[in-house]
Design a protein around this ligand. Structure first.
Ligand code: WT7
Length: 648
């Protein structure tokens, strides 16, 4: 299993990075001892239209507010100031399409596209504070739409284009979006995903959307609904338009990004304009130390927070040149990633442990075909990286010359929380550890009751102090914001992960402590899958959990009881799979679906997911004193044994 052990060795090669951990310690100490002074200084990474009155307002915890009274515009910071300065003709994005096409867009080009689309949004009646949904693949219109929304103060919610119609409808409804931006389709692994059809299906279940803007990408036939649907290319003008940026309060919302929790309903994390922007610009600098002429490739999808913060906003704030890649890393061949690095002379690469483990399986012969000498820093994100994958990445991709920046963070944190601070003084790295907290981050490892636990022991990680990038609330649900994150340990932010702090003060992130899954670095909720299963006409009951997987970290396993009339129906499993794919999206489709006659339950009728998981994974089931139907345990056991026999 891809789990760090907390006992990793120190690599001998560190001298090559001129580690000066003392300078990091100084900066860190300043950040926790005089936080207001510290952030006053580091907020200068942005241009402010009006200076704040107060750096941090803690009067209404846990609703911490940063840079109160300050005004700024995110698109101005991403574009205007570079266009007015000396980055006008610098490439903002080198966009690489799945079929190998490329487009280079300069800061000036992006600025013009954003202004033009901002004007289109205004013409469509979108105003400051309105909510819009962006459901796009990895095409340039994605950052254009995000920045245009930010320019006029509309709050966007980007929905990953791999989500299905049910998940999309839920997000449209929760955010009360007036407008959806989508494409006819997306290219994925040589096939077309019909995004517009999915939007049409989602809109049957929602009533707030007045307009759908459709980007032409795959060029297959789509139905355009009169009075509602319009083509992107029909509304953006070719003339240069200027839209005055809306000067937003630092504490006005910038976007809502939905993420999974321990219930069936995703949580809409709300990020603001000011603190969030200060946080991501600084953390990108501190952890990766990008230079003016570097090429940065964050190989995530814009639909996840990694893409929001580190493909779109932070690199543009810093005026960097980014690679933006539409395709899949193994398509058309397993050296796709290495080929792009060679072709575009990428200097800083940021990807996931799942990607590394996937590519590692194909062997060194693929990276060896390419000149990777441009690489200087390698990053990872999304899940714990096992030491074997870390070392492979370090040796075969970085040629033992590039530090591995293992960044630990979450949708809610906005940006990196624990990561090697390359720009401030790099500590000796330990494969599998994110090393130390970013400035301003004060982690603590606690036991169940909130007592700090000794070095080297596993506990829950929590944070004692607010930091600027912290999400401001959950959309429509401030109570859930408080109860999910600030109740377990009063006065602290609890994030749902296990961690160890070792005797040298290094943090080892060990994955989720709750029933949330991490599949290929994507956070998925077990209960969301269970809800989709029992809404299938064939299914009566279900239990879903994660099984450790050597490549994806975890995969989804489902046990279901089918309704009597469907017993013996050979098509049930396929039909369930299809249902989950359209309802939630392909990433949610369980790797294994087992049919049983009954599931372990408590006397009060609650399904004991924990027991199903333990039995299926051949672990000790723990306390089973409340188990009502012990025969069901044997059912689970024989289902899994039959399955193993079949697949071995
Ligand atoms: C969860 C957050 C952070 C952007 C992508 C995922 C896990 C994330 C690491 C890491 C160990 C990690 C945690 C966290 N996680 N990065 N470097 N080492 N675990 O964002 O979907 O909000 O998921 O991903 O369990 O809670 P997300």
């Amino acid at each position: 299993m891809a789990e760090s052990t907390g006992s990793g060795e120190v690599l001998p090669t560190q001298e090559t990075y001129h580690p000066n951990i003392e300078s990091y310690r100084q900066v860190y100490t300043e950040s926790v001892e005089t936080p207001e002074k510290f952030w006053e200084k580091h907020a200068q990474v942005l241009d402010w239209h009006r200076k704040w009155d107060k750096v941090l307002d803690e009067s209404n915890p846990p609703f911490y507010r940063w840079f109160v009274g300050g005004k700024l515009n995110v698109s101005f910071n991403a574009l205007d100031r570079h266009v007015q300065g000396n980055r006008r003709n610098k490439a903002a994005y080198i966009w690489v399409a799945e079929n190998g096409d490329e487009k280079i867009v300069t800061y000036d080009g992006l600025y013009q596209r954003v202004n033009s689309f901002a004007k289109s949004l205004m013409d469509l009646g979108i105003k400051k504070g309105d909510r819009i949904i962006i459901y796009l693949p990895m095409i340039l219109e994605a950052p254009v739409a995000m920045l245009a929304a930010a320019r006029i103060g509309a709050v966007f919610s980007f929905v990953f284009a791999g989500f299905g119609a049910g998940a999309l409808a839920e997000r449209i409804n929760d955010s009360k979006a007036k407008l959806v931006i989508t494409a006819d389709g997306a290219f994925r692994g040589g096939k077309i995903v019909k995004l517009k059809d999915i939007v049409d299906e989602a809109l049957v279940q929602s009533s707030t959307v007045e307009t759908v803007v459709v980007v032409e990408r795959t060029k297959h036939d789509v139905q355009m609904q009169e009075g509602r649907d319009i083509w992107w290319h029909d509304i953006v003008g070719s003339r240069i338009t200027y839209v005055e940026p809306e000067w937003m309060d630092a504490t006005d919302p910038l976007y809502i990004l939905y993420t999974s929790g321990t219930t069936g309903k995703p949580k809409g994390a709300v990020h603001g304009n000011g603190g969030y922007s200060v946080w991501i610009a600084n953390t990108l600098k501190w952890a990766f130390n990008p230079g003016e002429n570097d090429r940065w490739w964050c190989a995530a999808d814009i639909g996840w927070v990694t893409g929001h913060s580190y493909i779109v906003f932070a690199p543009l704030f810093l005026g960097l040149t980014s690679i933006m890649f539409e395709g899949a890393i193994t398509y058309p061949a397993p050296d796709r990633m290495w080929e792009i690095i060679e072709r575009y002379r990428v200097n800083l690469l940021y990807t996931s442990p799942t990607a590394i483990r996937t590519l590692m399986r194909y062997g060194e012969k693929y990276p060896e075909k390419h000149d990777l000498s441009s690489l200087r820093v390698l990053g990872t994100v999304g899940e714990p990286i096992n030491p074997a994958a870390w070392k492979w990445y370090y040796e075969h991709i970085g040629k033992s010359n590039s530090p591995i920046i293992d960044t630990y963070w979450q949708t809610e944190t906005g940006g990196f929380m624990i990561a090697p601070p390359l720009a401030l003084g790099l500590p000796p790295l330990k494969p599998g550890s994110g090393t130390f907290p970013m400035p301003g981050v004060v982690p603590v490892i606690l036991d169940e009751k909130g007592k700090e636990i000794p070095a080297g022991e596993k506990g829950y990680i929590a944070y004692k102090r607010p930091w600027p990038g912290m999400f401001m609330t959950l959309n429509n649900d401030p109570e859930r914001f408080k109860s999910t994150y600030f109740t377990k340990y009063p006065g602290m932010y609890y994030c749902g992960d296990y961690a160890i702090k070792d005797k040298d003060g290094y943090y080892w992130l060990l994955g989720r402590a709750d029933e949330v899954l991490n599949v290929s670095g994507h956070r998925l909720g077990t209960i969301e899958v269970e809800d989709a299963l029992i809404s299938s006409p064939e299914v009566a009951e279900s239990a879903v959990f994660g099984r450790p997987d050597p490549v994806k970290g975890e995969v989804i396993v489902a046990f279901v009881v089918v309704k009597e009339e469907h017993e013996g129906n050979g098509e049930v499993v396929n039909s369930i799979r299809k249902r989950i794919r359209t309802e939630l999206g392909p990433i949610y489709v369980p790797e294994e679906i087992h049919i049983v006659k009954s599931l372990p339950k408590t006397r009060s009728g609650k399904i004991m997911r924990r027991v199903v998981k333990a039995v299926a994974l051949n672990q000790l089931p723990g306390d089973i004193s409340t188990l009502e139907n012990s025969a069901s345990v044997d059912e689970v056991k024989s289902a899994i044994e039959a399955f193993r026999k079949e697949t071995s």
